[in-house]
Design a protein around this ligand. Sequence first.
Ligand SMILES: [Zn+2]
Length: 329
Amino acid sequence: MLSKKFDLEEVIAKRNQKVCGFIDLAQKVDSSMVRLPYMIVCGAEEGPVFLADCCVHGDEYEGAEAISKLYHEIDPAKLKGTFIGVPAVNLEAFNAGCRIAPIDWSYQDMNRAFPGNPSGMITSRVAYFYFENFVKKADFNISFHGGGNGLYLEPLATHMGQDSEVGKITYRMARATGMKVQWQIKNIPFAGGLPTEAEKAGIPCTVIELGGQGVRVDHRDEMIEISVNAMKNVMIEFDMLDGEIERVPEAELTDVEITYIHTDEGGYHKMRVKPMDFVKEGTICSDIVDIFGNKVSEVRAPFDCYIVGFWSYSTIHPGNWAFLFGKPL
Ligand SMILES: [Zn+2]
C-alpha cells in the first residue's frame, strides 16, 4: 500500500522555491506512518536534478545533517536545476539509531536491497519506492554512508571505473567531491547496493563514506562541512552553482580497491594501526582479546595496503568486519 500520491516531477516543475515534508508510505501497528522525508530546492533556472541521500543505514548521520544544512544555505535564485535532499531513506532505522530497521521481521540491509521489491518486507518496499520515484528521476546522485555506530571510515568517494559513459560521469563526480581517498567499487562483493543498481539504471551515483564511531565527538562539524562541500562541488562541476572547486591535486589522491576482512574470533578489538597507515602484507593490525584478558586471535594485512576503515567499537563479534583494507590501484 505504498503511496502513489507523490509526484516528484510535479513538485520540481515549479521554479524558485523550497519545499520539505514527508511522504507517507505505509501504516504501522500504532497507526503512525512509515515515511520518507525530503527537502527540495527548485532553482530559478532550469537545469539538472541532483539527488543527495543519507541513512540508507540508519546510524550514519553525518550526511543527513549536511543535507539539511545545505538545504537552508542554497539560494534558489542562484541555483540552476533542482537539489533534492533525502536525509533518511531508511527513516525507521534512523529513528532507532540502528543500521537496519527494527520493524522488519528479519534482518534487512537496505544497501543490499536495491532496486527494491514492492511486495517484500518494508525495507525492500521503501527501497523500491525511493529507487523508482527519486533515483530514476535524478541526473546524478550522492549517497552518504559512514562508519555508523561500529566503524571508523576515512572520508572517501566511490566510483565504478570509467568503462561506461555513466561510469565516466560518476568518476567525474567522485573526483569533484574533494575526497582524498577514491574507492573503485567495480568488484564490490555484494549485490543490491544503491550505487551499483543506480549505475545499471543509467544514473551516476557516488557513495561518500565518512564519520562514524570514534570521530563524532571531536570531528562531527568537520564531517558535516566536508559533506556540504562535496555536494556543492558536484553542483559546481555540473554547472548548477557558480563557484570554484578546490580540487585535490592528483598527486594527493589515493586510489584504492577495498577488501573487507572479517574476524575469526570475538572479543575486545585492540588496534595496532592508525587510519591511513600503509602496512605491509602480514602486519598484525589488531589483536582480539577475550574477557579474561588473553589474546585469542589477531587480524593481519592480507596484502600491502592502507588502513581505510576498521571496527572501532571496543568489542567485536566473530565474523564481523574488522578492517577495510585499501589496495592501491
Ligand atoms: Zn552505510
